[in-house]
Design a protein around this ligand. Structure first.
Ligand code: ARG
Ligand code: ZN
Length: 843
């Protein structure tokens, strides 16, 4: 059944107060609800319907009189009085049997919830839609030491605790946690002087992994006050870490629940990348308190209203904490790696989708990351001041609302006077626009002509021109910037822009800072790119020039059997030798396009990608670099050494990132000697894991893998790394076999999403390994998706996207992938989640 945006109708009642009582028991938890409903004057007349799934009904009453509603698989209908009334229900649920990890479930003996998007209906009968907002009071009864819910603690006694959340909220923000947890406490004084109690709740044994998360929370609270003027609004803020969680984390009001991988960290067990991700996710969930909770979404089609904006805000935060240029480059790598393939294949959908079958399938890179890019463009178009004014108006006008993208755009129009009719197409048109550039120079006038074109996507054969902000700077032939960054607004299908008074034909630096999520098409010479690599004043485009050269080099190696481009390697060497540049930036410069990115580039140029040829070229290039830079590497390794005690800050992480890029090259020359030494002496996970990866990659990892396992056997998060790395770093011929062997390991547990993703996600990400020509990779993944779907449809459905590029490949691979997708589709009793994904993939 498909749900459409155009069919939106408000619910016929408002929920004025909600009282819930939970009597906890693993296989028979009782949930009693008492809800005061009143007719909603803004809604058309309708039957009284409450969502409810997998609930065992016990009793129902209206105004104290028992009633017998009509119950189906999806909910209940009931005759109700004309005016307001009190609804009471009691149901029974079995958290211990809930492996979908949606609703109330158990993780390692603790109770926890995940209600976004539509999990509350698995807890009790309710109008489970974000535009029904209510004030919740919750009583939890159980023997567990710690019993938490949203809002402020109200009262407690032996075996029970009561919570009251004064802020009206939709059911998807409901949360409950109970277990024998321990807390890492903290406190924060808000800008108006209110003291807030902070707690990070973990399982006993994890206390030593909390300090960083707590500090990140305080920094986030401070930053949101300083940058957005947003203050926290309860007496307490709780975060809980759980081991079994489908996503990263969840912004439940006053009670954020986190996948333990997204919050727990210590230097010994977490890498620099883990620390950075944790800081960002803590910030993200905290920022949702205003962009998501105080102002929520009217319906799930508006998901990007909170997610795009909150991703944009967390990216601003990370830039402020760790440096803008590195953050921007990393985000663009991620966008091209995850969002572009989605936008350019059968799963393509607009930032604001217009229909869905299962909303969980739309928590995508398009809604989140492209959604954030759209806000970045808007900010560039209206300027920082316009943005700040619009946001102030948004918070003022819509506090307490369930809002829409129309509401969002309207505050920008009113605050800035700008007409956003055309801009709105970014929300409705799917697909990645291509922008082709041509240039002319005569009599001191330089003309740039930009042409835009968006290829068709499912259901959208024709596209209209979008507003594309193209940030451009011009350099003179001797490397001076003659025109500083200027934003060209491309609004037509084709448009020319002129720059006058130039004494020589300039070199353009186009799409600076990646000012729009588009594919730039420009014929330019290697010399010109090398010039930009040496001289561009925009650090993003300097990196991009290098990326272009790397791409061109690899493409000609793959398609023409060319040798690696040594002129480029020399130009790059000059950059990485420049010790005035940030080590983190130089580490990014040392990165090469991923194999799937190369497949995407080849496909765009009409060449069928051959994963083996791509892998070989990538290997040859790495080896060539290692040999060519053999004298430089020891020098860089020295520069990358950190002598101070471990800190997961930007400065040290940058050095270690450079060091690990250098170690990867060195390992191509010394068979893993340096990596072995680093593995033996490492006192932090970043160094230990990068050494282990080099050893596995060099085919010399068995001993170190065994040691690593013996050392970390009791630590689930570290063992996830052990599982994932072996598959990620293995050669293409053995990837699938390794992954298969690991699924037979006694510590493999498909019910734990982190462990499942560690193996299956790594398989899908190992491009050449996944695409092994005999189909072993496809088969293994499909086997496990079929198995997991019976337990956890949501995680299964997400992982189906591993097949999203299937149409790009040769006939053999295409046929094999299609057959696996059809095999999944044919599974009797397949979930709605996976059915929708597979149907879209095959269409
Ligand atoms: N709102 C959460 C976040 O972005 C993600 C929740 C995802 N839940 C889901 N069922 N897909 O922080
Ligand atoms: Zn979010």
């Amino acid at each position: 059944q498909t749900i459409y945006l155009k069919d939106y109708t408000p619910f016929g009642w408002t929920a004025e107060e909600v009282h819930l009582t939970f009597v906890l028991a693993p296989s028979a938890t009782r949930v009693r609800s008492r809800i005061r409903f009143a007719p909603n004057p803004d809604a058309p007349k309708q039957a009284f319907f409450l969502h409810g799934e997998q609930l065992k009904p016990i009793s129902f009453a209206i105004d104290g009189t028992p009633v017998t509603p009509e119950i189906t698989d999806t909910g209940l209908t009931c005759a109700v009085p004309e005016g307001g009334f009190t609804w009471e229900a009691e149901v029974e649920i079995a958290p211990v049997e809930n492996f979908a990890l949606e609703g109330l479930y158990m993780s390692n003996g603790m109770y926890c919830t995940q209600c976004e998007a539509e999990g509350f209906r698995k807890i009790t009968f309710y109008p489970d839609r974000p535009d029904v907002m209510s004030v919740f009071t919750v009583r939890v009864e159980g023997a567990e030491k710690v019993k938490l819910s949203n809002g402020n603690p109200q009262d407690s006694g032996e075996g029970w605790a009561e919570w009251h959340d004064p802020w009206p909220k939709p059911a998807y923000l409901f949360a409950l946690v109970a277990g024998d947890l321990v807390n890492h406490p903290g406190s924060f004084t808000t800008m108006s002087g209110r003291d807030v109690e902070l707690n990070l709740w973990v399982r006993p044994g994890d206390e030593g992994k909390c300090a960083f998360g707590m500090e990140a929370l305080k920094k986030s609270m401070k930053w949101d006050e300083e940058v957005y003027g947003r203050e926290y609004d309860l007496d307490i803020f709780n975060i809980v870490a759980v081991d079994d969680f489908n996503m990263g984390a969840m912004e439940n009001k006053g009670l954020n629940i986190f996948n333990s991988s997204a919050v727990l960290a210590s230097p010994e067990t977490a890498t620099d990348a883990n620390f950075e991700r944790i800081e960002a996710i803590i910030a993200h969930e905290y920022f949702h308190n205003w962009t998501g909770n105080r102002i929520t979404c009217r319906d799930w089609f508006q998901l990007c209203l909170k997610e795009g904006l909150t991703v944009f805000r967390d990216a601003q935060f990370t830039s402020d904490m760790r440096g803008e240029e590195v953050k921007r480059i990393s985000d663009v790598i991620d966008l091209r790696g995850r969002q572009f393939p989605e936008d350019q294949g059968p799963l393509s959908h607009p930032v604001r989708p217009e229909s869905f079958q299962e909303i969980n399938n739309f928590y995508t890179a398009t809604v989140y990351e492209k959604g954030a890019e759209v806000i970045g463009m808007l900010k560039r178009l209206v300027g920082d001041e316009g943005y700040a004014k619009a946001l102030d108006l948004y918070f003022e006008r819509h506090d307490g609302d369930a809002a829409t993208i129309e509401d969002w755009l309207k505050v920008f129009e009113e605050a800035t006077g700008r007409d956003l009719t055309q801009f709105k197409r970014w929300y409705s048109q799917a697909g990645t626009p291509h922008v082709a550039v041509s240039e002319a120079f005569a009599d001191g006038t330089y003309t740039l002509t930009l042409k835009q074109h968006t290829p068709p996507t499912p259901g959208q054969p024709e596209k209209l021109p979008q507003v594309i902000p193209v940030a451009v700077g011009l350099l003179s032939p001797n490397g001076d910037e003659v025109v500083p960054t200027t934003v060209l607004e491309l609004t037509e299908a084709e448009q020319s822009f002129t720059f006058e008074g130039l004494s020589a034909k300039p070199v353009p630096s186009i799409l600076r800072g990646f000012s729009a999520p588009v594919v730039l098409e420009r014929e330019s010479t290697k010399e010109e790119r090398a010039f930009l690599l040496a001289h561009d004043t925009d650090s993003f485009n300097r990196w991009e020039a290098n990326r272009d050269l790397a791409r061109e080099c690899l493409v000609s190696m793959i398609t023409e059997g060319a040798e690696p481009d040594t002129a480029w390697l020399d130009g790059l060497e000059a950059v990485i030798r420049d010790s005035a540049l940030d080590p983190a930036y130089r580490a990014l410069m040392l990165g090469t396009p991923t194999q799937s990115e190369l497949a995407q580039v080849l496909h765009q140029r009409g060449v069928t990608p051959d994963p083996d040829a791509i892998w070989t070229a990538t290997e040859v290039l790495k080896k060539t670099r290692a040999e060519r830079w053999s004298n430089l590497l020891p020098h860089l390794a020295e520069e990358a050494k950190v002598t101070e005690p471990y800190q997961p800050d930007a400065e040290q992480s940058g050095k270690r990132a450079l060091g690990s890029a250098v170690l990867a090259l060195t390992s191509r020359l010394d068979g893993g000697e340096a990596a072995k030494a680093q593995f033996a002496s490492a006192d932090n996970m970043t160094l230990q894991l990068s050494a282990l990866a080099c050893l596995v990659q060099a085919g010399a990892g068995e001993e170190a893998l065994a040691k690593f396992r013996a050392q970390w056997n009791g630590d689930r998060l570290v063992m996830d790394k052990w599982f994932g790395l072996q598959v990620a770093a293995s050669g293409p011929s053995e990837t699938a076999d390794r992954a298969k062997a690991l699924t037979e390991d006694p510590d493999f547990d498909m019910k734990n999403p982190n462990r499942f993703r560690a193996v299956m996600g790594a398989l899908a990400m190992n491009h050449a390994g996944f695409h092994r020509i005999d189909g072993a990779g496809y088969r293994l993944l499909a086997d496990w998706l079929i198995k997991l779907d019976e337990k956890n449809p949501q995680t299964t459905a997400r992982m189906c996207s591993a097949f999203q590029t299937w149409k790009r490949y040769d006939e053999t691979r295409r046929g094999l992938m299609q057959a696996e997708l059809e095999r999944i589709a044919a599974k009797p009793g397949l979930s709605r989640d996976v059915t929708e994904m597979v149907t879209r993939l095959l269409s």
